[in-house]
Ligand binder design. Structure first.
Ligand code: GLY
Ligand code: MN
Ligand code: MN
Length: 350
């Protein structure tokens, strides 16, 4: 953090994004502020979290109870540091918070940090990689179990609940995001919300799910067919799988986000389905489900070793249905360390 302050010519930073607070200080409670200057590292939170924060904090941090107003505490910290240039998360704080920080804390120069703190989370530590790998292993286990649960007559909501229950029974503390289960024609909506529709023979069923393990998210998608797949379903599935495998094959440190996206997009386009793949190929995953950098046509930057990204191409045909296949893994010097081990050949449920 000292180097970050120095590089940005800052006297201090005030952080309130829960994921950045956790990453910088270890504090998991999510409510409060983290203040860091050259001389002080402080977690400011209320009595609901102070004891836990004391256990969670990284070395060098102190916990201050915010029973006194947070703004007064921040004001004192900034004054004692004679802090003039103070970084804040302009992408996160509300206008009201910004105004309070500026006026009540008397900070002369509030410096917007953009996504620079988020970017510090892009390259994962070995411990973070372990947590992410474990989280995805829990997802693999849930997929293995749900294959026994899927049958005609079961609703999307029941399938979602079963996936969530299974992940929790296998060690997840919560979900990484809202579970998607989309069946039949609903599967043409990439982020469909599960409902009371009952699975029927001939349906595609797309399941996109992930858990939270030690604060870190997992993310995977599998699409199966209830009963026998028809030729069109097999064709679309084959194209998506080919696109995913080709993209994964090309990943290594230093590739660009758009370069990898385009490998998958070109395969889908050549098969005649270009207009039916509208989203980016993948995103980083960490404490939050959608992090940077991404595999996206809009991202020209290089992807570093140690970043953890998904690879999730899809084809979505309105009125017919859709397919998405999603893995998550770490970018290595020479390739992609895939954390997802669930099978990817088209599974027909009988
Ligand atoms: N459902 C979140 C994602 O796959 O990006
Ligand atoms: Mn997903
Ligand atoms: Mn994803």
């Amino acid at each position: 953090m000292e180097k970050f302050l120095k590089d940005k010519k800052l006297d201090a930073i005030i952080v309130s994004d829960p994921y950045n607070m956790r990453h910088i200080s270890g504090f998991r409670g999510g409510e409060g502020f983290v203040y860091v200057s050259a001389g002080r590292k402080v977690i400011i939170t209320d009595s609901r979290y102070t004891e836990a924060a004391g256990n969670e904090k990284k070395e060098g941090f102190e916990v201050v109870d915010s029973r006194r107003a947070e703004m007064d505490i921040l004001k004192e910290l900034a004054a004692s540091d004679e802090a003039v240039n103070v970084g804040f998360e302009d992408l996160f704080v509300t206008y009201a918070d910004y105004t309070a920080l500026k006026e009540k804390c008397g900070i002369e120069n509030m410096v917007p940090l953009g996504d620079s703190l988020n970017r510090r989370r892009s390259v994962k530590t070995p411990k973070e990689l372990d947590y992410l790998r474990k989280a995805e292993t829990i997802g693999d286990r849930a997929f293995e179990c749900v294959l026994e649960y899927l049958k005609p007559g079961v609703t999307e909501l029941e399938v979602a609940a079963y996936l969530e229950y299974t992940m929790k029974m296998n060690g997840a503390s919560g979900l990484g995001f809202d579970t998607i289960v989309a069946s039949g024609p609903n599967s043409s909506m990439p982020h469909a919300v599960p409902g009371n529709r009952k699975l029927q023979n001939g349906d595609f069923v797309t399941m996109d799910f992930g858990c939270n393990y030690e604060g870190y998210c997992s993310d995977m998608t599998r699409t199966v067919v209830i009963g026998r797949a028809d030729d069109k379903q097999k064709e679309i599935y084959g194209v998506v799988l080919e696109a995913q495998l080709a993209a994964i094959d090309a990943i290594k440190a230093g590739v660009t986000g758009c370069g990898i996206h385009n490998i998958a997009a070109d395969i889908i386009a050549k098969a005649g389905y270009g207009e039916y793949f509208g989203h980016g190929l993948g995103h980083s995953v960490g404490l939050f489900i959608h992090e940077v950098p991404m595999f996206s046509p809009r991202v020209n930057e290089e992807i570093p070793e140690g970043a953890v990204l998904t690879v999730e191409p899809g084809i979505y045909l309105p009125g017919f249905g859709g397919v998405r296949i999603e893995d998550m893994g770490a970018v290595t010097k020479d390739g992609y360390d895939n954390f997802t081990h669930s099978p990817k050949e088209l599974i027909e449920i009988f």
